[in-house]
Design a protein around this ligand. Structure first.
Ligand code: SF4
Length: 262
């Protein structure tokens, strides 16, 4: 067996039969570690690279597992018939999959070599030299643009958006299948002005055709308690459908194919 198959990475979940994270039916591998701290994050157990203890339905469980490329590929290959029938494959998510470049690029390469389409979900917060290696083995890039306003981005995500916006442009210039996704979060970016600014930016990216608005949900909020952390958006309401439709209409003005949902 070639050595890249033995590279280990740290993951916190493998999710099968996903239809929201790239084309077709996909297996999602969640890598541990993320440089951002988005207040709404539904995978807070994916933010820290270190192993963690989390209370889960009254029981303590360790979050994080070190697995080799070979072990993960064996798991991913089990659903080959679904990928072939649906045009699906493997998607690396997180956390931020750009944080474990040696492991992630080896896994993408192994996936492609096995005839499985490979996608990444990313926030694009990394050096361009790192991202460029991922693009060699990636068929689809799903990239979050959360806000054009840098001050708000810093306040809600803990990092500047400058490198993210620069990398979005670089990825668009170097890759043909880039989809922009926007988590729509009340009090952060749920105005027509803010969504329009993101859609206008997305429309300026060469080759980008699709923009997905992902409505705020609270599915990960219990995990904060399990990790001994406070969920900072406790008071936020979900966004009503008619408001999402208005935001969609605002995004649609820039000539992209926009939709609500992944
Ligand atoms: S970028 Fe994604 S994984 Fe990282 S903190 Fe934000 S929502 Fe969570």
């Amino acid at each position: 067996m070639e050595s890249y198959m033995n590279i280990k990475g740290r993951i916190f979940d493998i999710q099968k039969y996903s239809i929201h994270d790239g084309p077709g039916i996909r297996t999602i591998v969640f890598l541990k570690g993320c440089p951002l701290r988005c207040k709404w994050c539904c995978n807070p157990e994916g933010q820290q690279f270190e192993f963690q203890q989390m209370d889960f339905a009254g029981k303590k469980k360790t979050v994080g597992e070190d697995m080799t490329v070979s072990e993960i590929l064996t798991e991913v290959k089990k659903d080959m018939p679904y990928y072939l029938r649906s045009g699906g494959g493997l998607t690396l998510s997180g956390g931020e999959c750009l944080c474990q470049p040696e492991f992630a690029t080896a896994l993408l390469y192994a996936s492609k070599s096995a005839g499985i389409s490979a996608a990444i979900e990313t926030t694009g917060f990394a050096e361009w030299d790192v991202i460029k290696e991922y693009l060699k083995y990636t068929d689809y890039v799903l990239m979050d643009i959360k806000n054009i306003d840098n001050e708000k981005h810093m306040r809600f995500c803990g990092q500047s958006n400058e490198i993210i916006l620069e990398n979005a442009m670089r990825i668009a210039r170097n890759h043909t299948n880039l989809t922009i996704r926007v988590p729509v979060i009340p009090t952060f970016n749920d105005t027509e002005r803010e969504i329009s600014a993101i859609a206008q930016f997305a429309a300026s990216l060469p080759g980008v055709k699709n923009l997905h608005l992902l409505p705020y949900h609270r599915l990960g909020s219990d995990k904060y308690k399990g990790l001994g952390r406070e969920y900072l958006l406790e008071d936020l309401e979900l966004i009503p459908q008619d408001k999402m439709e208005r935001l969609l209409a605002a995004a649609n003005k820039f000539g992209l194919d926009c939709k609500i949902g992944g």
